[in-house]
Design a binder for this molecule. Structure first.
Ligand code: MTE
Ligand code: HPA
Ligand code: MOS
Length: 785
C-alpha cells in the first residue's frame, strides 16, 4: 500500500471508455415525459428581425413550446467578462445560426417540422467577416491592452537589422467527440438539476439562475465527465444548458438538449484567428534587441473569454526569449461570427507562433541556423531572465533542454543531411526545426486561482472526494484519487472521485488553464490534512492512555501503509478502519472541506506588470518534415519532445497528454482548415470537410520524454501542469515546413500562414516558380536589411 503518486495508475475511465460503461450525457436513459429542446437560428450573419411568425410551427403535433427572448423576463444578457452575450437574439442577429427561438418537442421529427414552419423576415446588414474590416470600422470588444519594457523606439534606431511583417493564423474547431449537451430535471420549489457536459458547472449554474430569474441555490449542476472539451466547454456549454433549463422550468418536464455535430460546429466559437503586425531589431549575430507586436484577434460578436485569451497571447509573445526592449499591444475585433473562446493554449499558441515565425525569418535573413538564433536568445538561468511583464523566470531548464534535445535528436547531423537531400532531390523537400515553449501556469485572471474540495470518510475506511475539477479525459480524477490516497496513506482502491456538483463545491473555477490538478488537488489534500490532524490528535491520546509513560503528542503519530502508530512505540498500532471507528465513537468529524488559493499571483493591466504565473511548464520539440514538390503533400517524419513537467503525479497520463496535445496542435498548424462562404457561413462543418489528424498523419517516429526535475517545490508533489503546454510544441512542425520552403524561395523570406495545408504549401511552391515572384503578399514588407 505504498503511495501511488508518481506511478502509472490507469485512468479511472480507461476500462469504461472501452467497454462502453462510461456514461455521457446522451447515454442517460430517457425519463417519462421527457422533452427534447432545440433552437431555430438566424438565417444571416448580420441582420434585423423584421417579423417572426411562430403560428404554423406552434400547431405541429408534438410541439410543446416555442420560446423567444420575450420569455426571459429581460435577463437575456450574460458573459464571463463583459455581459454582452444574448441567450436568444432580440431584434439584431449577429452571426449565422444565432439562436432566436427555443423549440420544445416530444420528438425530433416534430422539431424538424417546426423549424421549417417558422417564418422570419430579415433586413440584411453587411456582415463584418475579417479582422481588417473590423479595424476599418473600429469595431472592438473590451479595452486595448499593453505590455512594455525598455525603450523600443531607441533600440530600433540603433539596430543593425530591422525586419517587419504580418503574421496570420486561422482558427481551430475543438472537435470534441461529445457535442454540447445537457439534461435538466425540474424539481420542487422551482429547483432545477442540470446534467451538463461542461468544464464549468458553477458558471452553468450562475447563468441559468440569472437568465431564468432564480436564486443560485435553486440550481444544481452536475458533471460526471465530458467526451472531450479542450476549452470549448469552458463557457459555451452554458447556452444549451440554459435553453433546456428554460423549457424544464416552463413545462415542468425533464428536458434534453444535444447539439448535432453540424450545428455544434456552426454555432459555437473556436480558437481565435489572429493577425499580428510585428517589427524586430537584431544584431548581426542574431541577438534580438527589440520587439514590437500589435495583436488583433477575431473575437466574434461577443466578448466571451476573448480579452483573457488576448492577454495570454500577449504574455507569451516573447515565448522563451529574453528581449530587453518590448512593446506588445492588442485588441479584440468584433465580427459577425459566434464568439471565439478558450481552446487549449488559450492565446498562448498564437503569441508563440508569432515569435517562432519571427525567429525563422531572422535566421533566413542572416543565413544562420534557427536553432543557433534560438539558443542565443533563450532566457538565462541567473540573468537575462525577466519577462516583459516583470515576472522572473525561475529555475529555468530551457538552456539545458535545448542542448540535451539537440544532442539526443542529432539535430545538427540531420540538418546537414537535409541540406544535402534538398540539393539532390527533384521530387521532395525536407525541413527541420526545434521550437521551445514556456507556458505560464495559473489562470491569467488572478481571482480564478482558487479551489475547494469535500472529503468524506466512511467507517469502512473508504473515501469519497468531490472537487470543482471536471473530468474531460485529461485524468484529473485519477490524479486527485492518487493524491487523496497518498494524503491519508491508504489504498487507492479505497478512494473514489465523485461527479462534480455545485451542490458539494460552490463558486468553483472552470477546469482550465491546465491547473485542474494544481488547484483542486491542493484543496483535496488540504481537506485530508485537516482530518488527518484531528485523527492524529485523537490517536495520540488513545495511545497515551494505553501506555503509562507515553505523553500524548500528535507530532509522533505516523500514518503508514494503512496503519497508524506512535513512532515512539510502534509495536502498538491501529488500522485506518479501527481508528475511524474509535474516532467516530468519540464524535470526531470524519468529513472536511479543503481550500486552496494560489499564493503570490497578481497582474495589473493598467501597468501591464505583475507575476501572473506561479511557475512555467517548459520544453522543446524537434520536428522533421517531408514535402512533395508536386502536390504540396506533407509528411511528418520524426518528432522528438523533451519537456520539464517536474515530477509527474501519473507519468502515463502525462505522456498521453503530451502526445495528444502535440497532435492536436499539429492539426491546427497543418490540416485543419475552417472555410467560410462570403456570407459568413461555415462550409467545413463536419468531419467530411474538416480534417483533424488521424492515425496516418502521426509522425513516423515519435519520441516523448521529460527531464528529471524535483525542483518545483512550489506546486503539488513537485509536479507541473501538462494539459496545454505541449500543444505549442507542434509549432515546430510548421516552422519545419517554413524551413523546407526556405530552400526554394529564391532568396525571399518564405511566407506561410497557419494552417500550412497541402494546398497552402503547393501555392507557395508554385509562386516561387513564377518569374519575378517575391512570394510575398502585399502586406509583407522588408525594411532596412
Ligand atoms: N485532454 C483531454 N483528453 N480532453 C480535453 O478536453 N482539455 C485540455 C487539457 N487536456 C482536454 C485535455 C485543456 S484545454 C485543459 S485547460 C486541460 O486539459 C484541463 O485539465 P487539467 O487542468 O486538469 O489539466
Ligand atoms: N486559461 C483558461 N481560462 C481562463 C484563463 C486561462 O489562462 N484565464 C481566464 N480564464
Ligand atoms: Mo483549457 S483552453 O484552459 O480549457
Amino acid at each position: 500500500m505504498t503511495s501511488t503518486v508518481g506511478k502509472n495508475i490507469p485512468h479511472d475511465s480507461a476500462t469504461g471508455h472501452v467497454t462502453g460503461e462510461s456514461l455521457f450525457i446522451d447515454d442517460i436513459p430517457f425519463a417519462k415525459n421527457e422533452l427534447i429542446a432545440d433552437f431555430f437560428g438566424s438565417p444571416v450573419a448580420h441582420g434585423k428581425i423584421l417579423s417572426l411568425d411562430l403560428s404554423e410551427a406552434q400547431k405541429i403535433p408534438g410541439i410543446v413550446g416555442l420560446y423567444t427572448y420575450q420569455d426571459l423576463g429581460g435577463k437575456n444578457l450574460f458573459g464571463p467578462i463583459l455581459q454582452d452575450e444574448y441567450l436568444l437574439a432580440e431584434e439584431l442577429c449577429e452571426f449565422l445560426g444565432q439562436p432566436i427561438v427555443i423549440i420544445a418537442g416530444e420528438n425530433r421529427k416534430a422539431i424538424a417540422k417546426a423549424k421549417a414552419g417558422i417564418k422570419i423576415q430579415m433586413e440584411e446588414l453587411t456582415p463584418v467577416l475579417t479582422i481588417d474590416n473590423a479595424i476599418e470600422n473600429q469595431q472592438f470588444l473590451g479595452d486595448p491592452k499593453r505590455i512594455a519594457t525598455g525603450n523600443v523606439e531607441k533600440a530600433f534606431e540603433e539596430a543593425a537589422h530591422l525586419w517587419e511583417g504580418v503574421f496570420c493564423n486561422a482558427g481551430q474547431e475543438h472537435f470534441y467527440l461529445e457535442s454540447q449537451a445537457a439534461i435538466v430535471y425540474p424539481g420542487e420549489y422551482d429547483t432545477l438539476t442540470v446534467y451538463s457536459s461542461t468544464q464549468n458547472p458553477s458558471e452553468v449554474q450562475e447563468v441559468i439562475a440569472h437568465v431564468l430569474g432564480l436564486g443560485q441555490h435553486q440550481v444544481v449542476c452536475v458533471t460526471k465527465r465530458m467526451g472531450g472539451a479542450f476549452g470549448g466547454k469552458e463557457c459555451q456549454a452554458t447556452h444549451p444548458a440554459t435553453m433546456a433549463s428554460l423549457v424544464a422550468l416552463k413545462t415542468k418536464r425533464p428536458t434534453r438538449i444535444i447539439f448535432n455535430k453540424d450545428d455544434d460546429m456552426r454555432v459555437t466559437g473556436k480558437r481565435h484567428p489572429f493577425q499580428n503586425q510585428y517589427k524586430v531589431a537584431f544584431t548581426k549575430e542574431g541577438l534580438i534587441t527589440a520587439l514590437k507586436v500589435d495583436f488583433h484577434s477575431d473575437g466574434g460578436y461577443a466578448a466571451d473569454l476573448s480579452p483573457s485569451v488576448l492577454g495570454r497571447a500577449m504574455a507569451h509573445a516573447e515565448n522563451a526569449y529574453f528581449i530587453p526592449n518590448v512593446e506588445i499591444t492588442g485588441r479584440v475585433c468584433k465580427t459577425n461570427f459566434p464568439p471565439n473562446t478558450a481552446f487549449r493554449g488559450f492565446g498562448g499558441p498564437q503569441g508563440v507562433a508569432t515569435m517562432e515565425n519571427i525567429i525563422e525569418e531572422i535566421a533566413f535573413i542572416l543565413q544562420k541556423d534557427a536553432y543557433d538564433i534560438r539558443t542565443l536568445n533563450c532566457y538565462g538561468v541567473e540573468e537575462r531572465n525577466q519577462t516583459p511583464y516583470g515576472e522572473i523566470v525561475q529555475k529555468n531548464f530551457l538552456p539545458q533542454i535545448f542542448k540535451d534535445l539537440g544532442e539526443r535528436a542529432h539535430y545538427k547531423n540531420r540538418l546537414s543531411q537535409i541540406q544535402a537531400f534538398n540539393q539532390q532531390s527533384k521530387t521532395h523537400l525536407k525541413g527541420i526545426s526545434m521550437t521551445p515553449v514556456k507556458f505560464g501556469i495559473s489562470f491569467n485572471t488572478t481571482f480564478l486561482n482558487q479551489a475547494n474540495a469535500l472529503v468524506n470518510i466512511y467507517l469502512d475506511g473508504t473515501v469519497q472526494v468531490s472537487t470543482g475539477a471536471t473530468e474531460m479525459g485529461q485524468g484529473v480524477n485519477t490524479k486527485i484519487r492518487q493524491l487523496v490516497a497518498d494524503a491519508l496513506s491508504i489504498d487507492i482502491d479505497s478512494v473514489i472521485v465523485m461527479p462534480t456538483s455545485t451542490e458539494k463545491n460552490n463558486n468553483t473555477s472552470a477546469t482550465a488553464a491546465s491547473s485542474g490538478t494544481d488547484l483542486n488537488g491542493k484543496a483535496a489534500v488540504d481537506a485530508c490534512a485537516k482530518i488527518r490532524s484531528r485523527l492524529a490528535e485523537f490517536a495520540s491520546e488513545y495511545f497515551a492512555e494505553r501506555q503509562k509513560d507515553l505523553k500524548a503528542s500528535p507530532e509522533h503519530i505516523v500514518f503508514e501503509n494503512g496503519q497508524i502508530f506512535d513512532n515512539r512505540s510502534p509495536q502498538e498500532s491501529l488500522s485506518f478502519k479501527q481508528l475511524l471507528r474509535l474516532a467516530y465513537q468519540k464524535r470526531i468529524s470524519l468529513g472536511e472541506r479543503g481550500f486552496y488559493a494560489t499564493p503570490g499571483v497578481n497582474f495589473d493591466w493598467t501597468t501591464g506588470k505583475g507575476n501572473p504565473f506561479l511557475y512555467y511548464t517548459t520544453g522543446c520539440a524537434v520536428s522533421e518534415v517531408l514535402i512533395d514538390r508536386f502536390t504540396g503533400d506533407l509528411t511528418v517524419l520524426q518528432v522528438d519532445i523533451l519537456m520539464d513537467i517536474g515530477k509527474p503525479i501519473n507519468p502515463g497520463i502525462d505522456k498521453g497528454q503530451i502526445t495528444g496535445a502535440f497532435i492536436q496542435g499539429m492539426g491546427w498548424v497543418t490540416t485543419e482548415d475552417l472555410r467560410y462562404s462570403e456570407t459568413g457561413e461555415l462550409l467545413s462543418h463536419s468531419p467530411t470537410t474538416y480534417k483533424i489528424p488521424n492515425i496516418q498523419d502521426l509522425p513516423q517516429i515519435f519520441n516523448v520524454d521529460w527531464i528529471e526535475n524535483g525542483d518545483n517545490t512550489i506546486n503539488i508533489k513537485q509536479s507541473k501542469a501538462v494539459g496545454e503546454p505541449p500543444l505549442l510544441l507542434a509549432i515546430s512542425v510548421w516552422t519545419a515546413v517554413k524551413h523546407a520552403l526556405s530552400f526554394v524561395s529564391n532568396g525571399n523570406v518564405p511566407k506561410l500562414r497557419i494552417p500550412a495545408t497541402n494546398e497552402e504549401i503547393l501555392t507557395r511552391l508554385t509562386d516561387y516558380k513564377k518569374p519575378n515572384s517575391t512570394t510575398q503578399p502585399g502586406s509583407y514588407e522588408q525594411v532596412g536589411v
